[in-house]
Design a protein around this ligand. Structure first.
Ligand code: HAM
Length: 423
């Protein structure tokens, strides 16, 4: 029979990698907690309408990348392509605004987009997502970016560039949109078929196009920052001011529009040269109109998402740095010793000591080899003779020294020796 394999663009994350993931999650939880951000867990499946309305009908995600299907009750459902729309839905559904003026939430989990898989791009990928909802204060924008930069450097990432832009608001953006349309008039033939279509449906998306000819044309287009209304201008100035106070270096990228339609004012990305074409490790921005779009009151918000796989691929630490080796290997020879070792192994594990043994009745030599391979700190050697004498040999694998221990209170004796070692 044919072997069943995983789906294209869906990846297993194996032991060796998962330890890195756990480390990153732990760091995220620690830093986010310091910033007063609490965890929310949201469903992976939502009503399709949440995303068509939230992200925007004329975006790549909604037009061609969503995993949408009708369930057995004939309802249109979608595997979430991102988390922001869901977080806002939950915020509104549970009236979270009632408990605090600024609700700060994070969520970590898988997202699904049917994109063309390539380096750094998958169909199931993971995001670390943070949202701050309820206040439209530029200090919130700066705090969020400060925390993002802090977190990325805490997990060892370097050579990052923070790019920022302002996308204006429903008052100032329409004039910009019209100017872009006029600018592109007569240049349609130079645009790719997608952008020719975008010109009618969502012209600002053309700024995001990766096709060289489109990029050349759009590079000469007017820039949104020249069209900002006074309020948007002031907000952007304040954001830059606070970033500067924190000593965060940033660059203004007037061409950045982001791939989702809900953004207003501040937009940002953290990019790196080391990822190739998929160069954004994180992206986010303000989305003051989203909660209204989803049928709620007018709650401003801002957030970001980090691409977990991309972050992991950029970490300088090696797999080995994260593996927790067993402390002790019990090499047992003979039936009685094996029985004793099996009980002791599990008692030690219950006492919090990482312990391994061999279940296949191998020679002492091969058991020692296994202990070495697992990088155990100690090996406890027990044979029939030792057992009869109520003794065992404890070998320090790093120093090559050996001592004889009485088996009474053996757990405490091992605990004492392990105490003080790096966890
Ligand atoms: P996004 O820019 O679509 O924003 O995605 C954020 C990050 O997720 C990207 O910068 C990238 O690192 C990662 N990512 C996206 N697609 C893929 C993929 N196919 N494979 C691997 N990694 C990927 C959002 O999703 C917004 N919800 C962010 C946000 C939160 N804005 C406000 N709050």
């Amino acid at each position: 029979m044919d072997k069943i394999t995983s789906i294209r663009g869906f990846k297993d994350i194996l032991p060796g990698e998962t330890e890195k993931w756990a480390f990153v999650e732990e760091k995220a939880r620690e830093i986010f907690t310091n910033f007063g951000i609490r965890e929310i867990k949201i469903p992976i499946l939502e009503k399709t309408e949440l995303f068509t309305r939230g992200i925007g009908e004329a975006t790549d995600i909604v037009e061609k990348e969503m995993y949408t299907f009708r369930d057995r009750g004939n309802e249109y459902l979608t595997l979430r392509p991102e988390a922001t729309a869901s977080v806002i839905r939950a915020y509104l559904e549970h009236n979270m605004h009632e408990s605090e003026p600024l609700t700060k939430l994070f969520t970590i989990g898988p997202m699904f987009r049917r994109e063309r898989p390539q380096k750094g791009r998958f169909r199931q990928f993971h995001q670390i997502n943070v949202e701050m909802i309820g206040q439209k204060d530029p200090r919130v924008d700066a705090e969020l970016m400060l925390m993002l930069v802090e977190f990325l450097s805490a997990v060892g990432l370097s050579n990052l560039k923070l790019e920022i832009n302002s996308l204006g608001c429903p008052r100032c953006r329409p004039a910009f949109r019209e100017t872009v349309i006029s600018f592109l008039r007569g240049k349609e033939n130079g645009l790719c078929p997608d952008c020719r279509r975008r010109l009618k449906t969502n012209p600002l998306r053309i700024f995001d196009c990766k096709v060289e000819t489109c990029r050349e044309i759009i590079s000469l287009a007017p820039v949104i920052l020249d069209f900002l209304c006074d309020e948007c201008k002031e907000h952007f100035e304040k954001v830059k001011e606070y970033l500067t106070i924190f000593g965060i270096s940033f660059e203004i990228n007037t061409k950045m529009v982001r791939g989702l339609d809900y953004y207003t004012q501040t937009a940002f990305e953290v990019i790196t040269e080391s990822l190739g074409a998929q160069n954004a490790v994180a992206g986010g921005g303000r989305y003051d109109g989203l909660s209204k779009e989803l049928g709620g009151e007018d709650f401003p918000g801002i957030g970001f998402a980090i691409g977990f796989e991309r972050l992991i691929s950029m970490m300088p630490m090696k797999k080995e740095d994260f593996v927790k080796h067993p402390r002790l290997f019990i090499a047992a020879l003979g039936e009685d010793a094996q029985k004793f070792a099996f009980t002791l192994t599990n008692k030690l594990r219950m006492a919090g000591i990482r312990t391994e043994m061999d279940l296949s009745d191998k020679s002492l030599k091969s058991q020692m080899k296994r202990s070495n391979k697992l990088s155990c700190t100690y090996t406890l050697i027990v044979g029939q003779k030792e057992l009869e004498e109520n003794k065992a040999e404890l070998r320090n694998m790093e120093e090559g020294t050996q001592e004889t221990l009485e088996l009474d209170n053996i757990i405490e004796k091992i605990e004492t020796r392990i105490k003080g070692l790096v966890p």
